[in-house]
Design a protein around this ligand. Structure first.
Ligand SMILES: NC(=O)c1ccc[n+]([C@@H]2O[C@H](COP(=O)([O-])OP(=O)(O)OC[C@H]3O[C@@H](n4cnc5c(N)ncnc54)[C@H](O)[C@@H]3O)[C@@H](O)[C@H]2O)c1
Length: 346
């Protein structure tokens, strides 16, 4: 299935449930170079087009300015110019690094994304957010630049370790929780099959997620309004990721559970909907609360460093019901109280 994402800052051709073998046909005639990591290369290089490869390291700790320096050096060494084209083949980290390199090298090259984790296929690969972490702060340096295409092949997910499937499901649950009760219900029904890598169930989750994200990005590519809803669970999630070292998907799950509990405390969300969310997270082996033993003051400091900060508050997404969310500016003093209450409960 394919469609065009047409946003004010560029258009992307989205190919969901399509084969990686289509990649050569998507590339321009100009010089093309692949950016990937060693694991994706080891597992899937036989299906890559015959192009030069720039390798980046694995893991969140690699998403740094040092990694960018390495990619820029390789671009220079390979003699890439503004007509060249980068293709990121890998998880969210590869897609973020390749996109940022493409957006900044020589003031910008075109690029395409071939996300190979569930998280990247459902979320990170599409939408044009690129960037790196800086001094322990998530995605602090980055730019918006739409990829020319996003190619999602469900068969590459067969090599993903189970925890990575689970991390991706956290972002699918997020899409359902904020905007699509039908998708949320689908994960309630088929989440365990998705965890077991059932290609049909996974393919459906990816397509529905991409549809939701496409429509949000089209209406608000630079995250000035509606797109902020996609940050549900991410304000506390990024702080948990930075302080407790949880993988992104698990940190987002913990952040969603915490944001839903705050929504419950504020009288925005019914107990029944809160329980649906936490039950689903727990059923899929994801955190349904903040990790035990987190220090409230440390978490509070990490939240204050968030780039969604606005004056003495932060843009925060609350749930109204399953399938409906709203953003508020929450003052740091209110959020600090919630954080301490959440940390006491675990
Ligand atoms: N730009 C965005 O809009 C956006 C959105 C969400 C998340 N993100 C970012 O995405 C990152 C997380 O991405 P992720 O969860 O994909 O992690 P990741 O990129 O670290 O990939 C996880 C691991 O899976 C391996 N892997 C990748 N594809 C594989 C495959 N098919 N088979 C076997 N192993 C494979 C990788 O080598 C890596 O070790 C975070 O840095 C997060 O900030 C960005």
């Amino acid at each position: 299935m394919e469609w065009m994402l047409n946003a004010a800052n560029g258009s992307s051709r989205i190919l969901a449930g399509e084969s990686l073998d289509r990649l050569p046909g998507l590339l321009p005639e100009s010089r093309c170079v692949i950016v990937t990591d060693p694991e994706v290369r080891r597992l899937h290089a036989p299906r890559f087009p015959d192009l030069e490869i720039i390798e980046v390291g694995r893991g969140e700790a690699q998403k740094t300015s040092e990694a960018m320096t390495h990619v820029y050096r390789e671009c220079l060494r390979l003699g890439l110019d503004r007509s060249s084209f980068l293709v990121g083949i890998g998880g969210g980290i590869v897609c973020d690094i390749a996109g940022f390199a493409a957006a900044t090298y020589m003031r910008g090259l075109d690029f395409g994304a071939v996300p190979t984790t569930l998280l990247a296929q459902c979320d990170a690969g599409l939408g044009g957010k690129t960037g790196i972490n800086f001094q322990g702060r998530k995605n602090l340096i980055g730019v918006f630049r739409q990829p020319k295409f996003v190619l999602c092949d469900p068969t590459v997910l067969s090599t993903l370790p189970e925890p990575e499937i689970r991390h991706g499901l956290a972002e699918v649950i997020k899409h359902g929780a904020i905007l699509d009760p039908g998708l949320f219900g689908l994960i309630e029904d088929r989440g365990e099959r998705m965890l077991g890598r059932d290609p049909q169930a996974l393919g459906e989750a990816v397509k529905l997620s991409l549809r939701i994200k496409s429509s949000v990005v089209e209406s608000d590519p630079l995250e000035q309004g509606r797109r902020r809803l996609l940050n549900f669970g991410h304000t506390l999630g990024h702080a948990v990721e930075a302080t407790a070292g949880l993988p992104h998907g698990e940190a987002v799950a913990a952040g969603m559970a915490a944001a839903a509990r705050i929504s419950l405390w504020k009288g925005w969300l019914r107990q029944e909907d809160f329980s649906r969310l936490t039950r689903l997270l727990a059923k899929l082996g994801l955190p349904d609360s903040l990790p035990a033993g987190l220090d409230g003051d440390t978490l509070d400091r990490a939240v204050r460093a968030d780039k969604k900060r606005r004056g003495d508050g932060v843009i925060f997404v609350l749930l109204r019901e399953i399938g409906k969310a709203e953003t508020v500016i929450m003052s740091f003093s209110e959020l600090k109280e919630h954080i301490h209450d959440l940390c006491k409960r675990g």
